[in-house]
Write a protein that binds this ligand. Structure first.
Ligand code: NAD
Length: 280
């Protein structure tokens, strides 16, 4: 697979597009508006300039030459793999998969979603090719973190999962683990209740954000505490993933605490808006 499409050029889409272009692939990225496309390209340029400054790539321009950011979904017609990384909203993703099914010509093309929590089956069944639809779930920041979760649905062809595994391991140099098509897959099913517990602890006035995070960094050797991690993930995404987990399992440990909901209402989304549990 040489011709890759990415939909969404936010935090994750830009990272996925970057690692594909750095691996020498031709990448077309589609955003929803001219403004978002401009912001997405700026995000890519900034990240590649940083990688070049640190000596991780020879030239940012050479990688940028393999990247095109557009607003027209039709530009994905000739792609062999399309990875969707738009907002975590089921109806938006369903609409997009219906359109991708119409647009992407190659019957062998893989249509993948980077969703954190939406069942892959719901995206597969709205296409005429559910056997070619699976989850390829990257971790943030994509250029840095090695893990990818592969999530075949009950209808995904085993050959498609194997092609996806080859791609993420041999081409992108990442490590793949495979999970069933259940909300949260492996990592978020364990991580999100942990982050929500930290938010509940803060909300109850039991400890400060700094002490909760320092406790886990110094006492459990975590690279960062759960509240700093929530700021990195984005509090809107954290809440959306918690809601999907709650909807799937109806377990109180997955219920988003009111503080998280109020912060999202207030637009305090973490690093991406300059303020979450911390100010950036
Ligand atoms: N943030 C994380 O740590 C993380 C980790 C793994 C997976 N994910 C998943 O990745 C996806 C994207 O998350 P994100 O953090 O990058 O969000 P984000 O808000 O940073 O980016 C989403 C982007 O999608 C664009 N978009 C929305 N609708 C679109 C459409 N119809 N067509 C084209 N572009 C569209 C938006 O303009 C925005 O730039 C979500 O499904 C999320 O659950 C997030």
């Amino acid at each position: 697979m040489q011709k890759i499409g990415v939909v969404g050029c936010g935090l994750m889409g830009a990272g996925i597009a970057e690692v594909c272009a750095r691996a020498g692939l031709d990448v077309v990225v589609v955003e929803s508006s001219e403004g978002a496309a401009k912001a997405g390209l700026a995000r890519l340029e900034k990240s590649l300039a940083r990688a070049a400054a640190k000596g991780r790539i020879a030239s940012a321009d050479e990688v940028l030459a393999r990247l095109t950011v557009v607003t027209d979904l039709e530009a994905l017609a000739d792609r062999q793999l399309v990875i969707e990384a738009i907002i975590e909203e089921e109806s938006a993703k369903i609409d997009l998969f219906k359109q991708l099914d119409e647009i992407v010509v190659d019957p062998d093309a893989i249509l993948a979603s980077n969703t954190s929590s939406i069942p892959i089956m719901k995206l597969g069944v709205v296409t005429s090719r559910p056997h070619h639809v699976l989850g390829i779930h990257f971790f943030n920041p994509v250029p840095v973190l090695a893990l990818v979760e592969l999530v075949p649905s009950l209808l995904t062809a085993p050959e498609v999962t194997e092609r996806a595994r080859d791609f993420v391991e041999a081409v992108l140099g990442k490590s793949a683990i495979e999970a069933g098509d259940r909300a949260g897959f492996i990592v978020n099913a364990l991580l999100i209740p942990f982050v929500l517990s930290a938010i509940r602890m803060l909300e109850s006035g039991f400890a400060t954000a700094e002490d909760i995070d320092r406790g886990l960094v110094l006492g459990a050797a975590h690279p960062q505490g759960p509240l700093a991690l929530a700021d990195l993930i984005g509090l809107d995404t954290t809440k959306a993933v918690a809601e999907s987990l709650y909807e799937e399992f109806k377990e109180p440990l997955y219920a988003a605490p009111p503080l998280l909901a109020r912060m999202v209402d207030a637009g305090l989304l973490g690093r991406k808006t300059g303020r979450g549990f911390y100010t950036y």
